[in-house]
Design a protein around this ligand. Structure first.
Ligand SMILES: [Zn+2]
Length: 425
């Protein structure tokens, strides 16, 4: 029997174990924010992987954003050395899940199994992928004990809130350095036959227009900051949105509508703070002297961050040319440079060949519209041989009744195990 066949059979034999593991992970409610039960899930995985002779490190990102004694940012790195020196293949999964939200018909933290699916918050994004990578790694080290190099599994905090208490912190400490890690696979839910090469860029900013406070019965004695912001939005509708929508990328972003530049207005607030729901009085008649808007600009690998910012600043200048007393500020909040791994990178080739063997067809190469932890591995870790590959349907992420298919987890675990066998032969 070939090694491919043996690994395939072994993963199939462990399908129930894979489902059980995904359920156990879902049952640890690692909600972020605020970042609950990180230590519990790291200890659970550490105990399991120690039994397979992984060396485990529990690492707290002390001082990272969000880290506190009440909600410490715990991370796990587990490494299994092979019989000979060689390269290291690293699977990185985030352990945090987003809030539950409304609209669920099942218990979000029970790990219900029904109709070939495991349900729960984080089932798809991304405890199903984490479980698949653990089963793949275990099957591989059990069946191929003479492998060269090392297999690493990390379980990291805070991806949903930027990854600063997780992968970014670990990368700063050198855990993703090219001296110790040579291939990275992030089992985010991109579908089992797709290889995600990277993501678009991000610029978040707060835009504020300033006015002058006055009495609401005599608005001419004040200067309304909300009307100034209205003029900004009108200019965006007239010039910026059409320009962004017409700008297309060579990146294979999915869904295809995201192959253009985009901008979302995340929030807007002007004037008095909203009154609490139990307040029974009236608001006061006041001309707003400030209006603030948060923008979320997603940009393409063909665009330059400085040009993205300059384009928005030029828009504000056009509004200023038309309006009296127009004053504004733009404050940067957050930025991520786009990243895209080469299609001929070694990890891409190995996973592509494994996809071909398991499914009998070419993988689809995609790019994510939003960012994920690859940004830190790329920028801080300087590790460019990195992809996202994992089970689950991306559209289900963060939705009510989130689920992952049991067959999808097993199929992607086969792909992961075959890729390990090739890279660590
Ligand atoms: Zn995710």
């Amino acid at each position: 029997m070939t090694q491919t066949q043996r690994l395939t059979d072994e993963i199939a034999a462990r399908s129930d174990e894979l489902t059980a593991l995904a359920r156990e992970l879902i049952r640890i409610p690692t909600l972020n924010p605020p970042g609950e039960h990180y230590r519990d899930i790291c200890e659970f995985l550490a105990a399991r992987l120690k039994r397979r002779d992984f060396t485990v490190h529990l690492l707290r990102a002390t001082g990272a954003p969000g880290d506190s004694d009440r909600h410490p940012r715990w991370n796990l790195i587990a490494r299994r050395e092979g019989a000979r020196p060689g390269e290291c293949v690293h699977f990185n999964s985030h352990i945090d899940v987003v809030e539950v939200g409304h609209g669920w018909t099942v218990d979000p933290f029970e790990g219900l199994v029904r109709d070939g699916r495991v349900y729960g918050r984080g089932a798809c994004d991304m405890k199903g992928g984490l479980a698949a990578s653990v089963i793949a790694a275990e099957a591989f080290v059990d069946l191929c004990p003479g492998f060269s190099g090392a297999v690493e599994i990390s379980a990291t905090a805070d991806e949903e809130t930027g990854g600063y208490g997780g992968v970014a912190w670990l990368a700063e400490q050198g855990w993703f350095g090219p001296d110790r890690v040579q291939h990275v696979i992030i089992p985010e839910p991109l579908n089992k036959d797709r290889i995600c090469l990277g993501h678009r860029g991000v610029w978040w900013a707060e835009v504020e227009t300033m006015g002058r406070i006055g009495h609401g019965s005599m608005p001419f004695l004040g200067d309304c900051a909300v009307r100034h912001m209205g003029a900004v939005i009108d200019e965006m509708e007239q010039t910026l949105f059409p320009a962004l929508g017409a700008r297309r990328t060579e990146m294979p972003v999915v869904p295809p509508q995201a192959q253009a530049s985009s901008l979302n207005i995340n929030s807007i607030h002007g004037g008095q703070a909203e009154l609490p729901g139990d307040f029974t009085g009236f608001p006061a008649p006041v001309v707003p002297d400030s209006c603030r808007m948060i923008i979320d600009r997603r940009f393409l690998i063909e665009e330059d961050l400085a040009e993205v910012k300059a384009e928005f600043a030029a828009l504000m200048e056009r509004v200023r040319d038309r309006r009296e007393d127009f004053r504004f500020e733009i404050r940067d909040l957050h930025e991520v440079i786009p990243t895209m791994t080469d299609r001929d990178a070694p990890v891409v080739g190995a996973v592509a060949r494994a996809v071909r063997r398991v499914f009998g067809r070419e993988p689809e190469y995609v790019v994510s519209p939003g960012t994920y932890d690859q940004k830190h591995i790329d920028r801080i870790g300087r590790m460019h041989n990195c992809i996202a590959y994992g089970p689950g349907i991306l559209d289900l992420a963060h939705q009510p009744d989130e689920w992952v298919g049991i067959d999808d987890m097993a199929d992607s675990a086969r792909v992961m195990a075959l890729a390990l066998a090739e890279l660590l032969a």
